[in-house]
Design a protein around this ligand. Structure first.
Ligand SMILES: NC(=O)c1ccc[n+]([C@@H]2O[C@H](COP(=O)([O-])OP(=O)(O)OC[C@H]3O[C@@H](n4cnc5c(N)ncnc54)[C@H](OP(=O)(O)O)[C@@H]3O)[C@@H](O)[C@H]2O)c1
Length: 311
């Protein structure tokens, strides 16, 4: 792993330890003490400096949970060092950056995957199954929201807007496919006009379904989506950063009443770690994951342009 990040400490590294197909060899930090703290916590080696870790020959793949502005540079360096890469979202700041990393990975025969853990929680496949069964009739509309509050004590923003925007946009792609038209998008900046803090996007699928997506950095916590059909609605709360012990509740509201379908907990982080390892170890299909990075980056670019144009 490159960078002793909070998400790695809280979710990814404990999950890698629980995933039998992954062996955590070493963690790298810019600071020796930090790497050592992580190494003690997770029973692996500490390395000072990311380049040193990449130079090691006993490492097949790296997990990159660096701040988004550093993803492109360190994904490139990892690929040049011959490592497969699981990179945190957003994989790249622009489509051009994503294209350049994917081209390098393809050239070297290496796997690059964007770490959308939530896609590996089985609750979404279950929603898809229920929709296909016609539980809420014909799908008419979709909405998804992800927002997080400001840090406590006036500490500012915990993330950048793209880091939260990618969740509603990626879940729309999951359900509605890649061929999404951007009907409009809007971004609101902070009072100084420098930092984007909230956004909305409206997308249209070839089926005619419209997706309304909202995201923000100064909001009460919200991570949910709703499918609206001709016969009712289906809502999933805790849709994105779902805790391992959370039993998901799919709320179905139809003319006959309200029903909560409770699912078994699932660990999306353990699942994605296994999924990534399987692709590397069993010679999985690398192209699908690289294509997903490109299609997603391309849509993010179109949403960004629409927002710059003012909707
Ligand atoms: N998939 C998910 O569920 C999920 C959830 C939260 C966050 N994320 C994503 O994961 C990534 C990391 O997020 P995080 O909140 O965990 O970040 P974080 O705690 O700030 O960690 C980022 C790490 O990057 C390293 N780093 C290198 N240069 C840095 C610099 N100039 N400034 C700050 N850090 C630097 C630091 O490690 P060293 O000091 O050890 O070098 C730092 O600990 C982001 O892309 C974020 O969007 C994903």
């Amino acid at each position: 792993m490159l960078g002793c990040a909070s998400i790695a400490e809280r979710r990814m590294l404990p999950s890698m330890l629980a995933q039998p197909r992954v062996e955590l060899v070493a963690v790298a930090s810019r600071h020796a003490e930090k790497a050592e703290r992580f190494a003690r916590l997770f029973g692996c080696e500490a390395v000072t400096g990311y380049e040193r870790l990449l130079a090691r020959e006993d490492i097949d793949a790296v997990y990159v949970p660096l701040p988004p502005s550093l993803h492109a540079e360190w994904v490139r360096r990892a690929l040049l060092a011959g490592k497969h890469v699981l990179c945190e979202k957003p994989f790249a700041a622009t489509l051009a950056e994503a294209e350049s990393a994917v081209a390098l990975a393809r050239d070297r025969g290496l796997l690059v995957m964007e770490s959308f853990m939530f896609l590996h929680h089985r609750q979404h496949a279950e929603v898809r199954r229920l929709l296909d069964e016609g539980l809420i009739g014909e799908p008419r509309g979709f909405s998804a929201d992800f927002g997080i509050p400001l840090l406590d004590g006036g500490g500012g923003h915990a993330s950048t807007l793209p880091e939260v925007a990618v969740y509603p946009i990626r879940v729309a792609e999951f359900f509605l496919g890649w061929e999404l038209e951007v009907l409009g998008a809007y971004e609101r900046c902070d009072a100084a006009g420098e930092f984007a803090v909230a956004g909305d996007a409206m997308l249209r699928a070839p089926s005619g379904v419209i997706a309304h997506l909202r995201y923000g950095l100064e909001h009460g916590y919200r991570a949910e989506y709703t499918w609206w059909g001709s016969a009712g609605t289906l809502t999933v709360r805790r849709a994105f950063s779902t805790p391992d012990d959370h039993a998901p509740v799919l709320r179905v509201e139809c003319r006959s009443g309200v029903e909560d379908l409770v699912l078994k907990p699932d660990s999306q982080f353990v699942n994605i770690a296994g999924f990534f390892a399987e692709a590397v170890l069993d010679g999985g299909e690398f192209r699908t994951h690289a294509d997903a990075i490109l299609r997603h980056a391309e849509l993010l670019d179109r949403v960004r342009v629409a927002a710059q144009l003012g909707g």
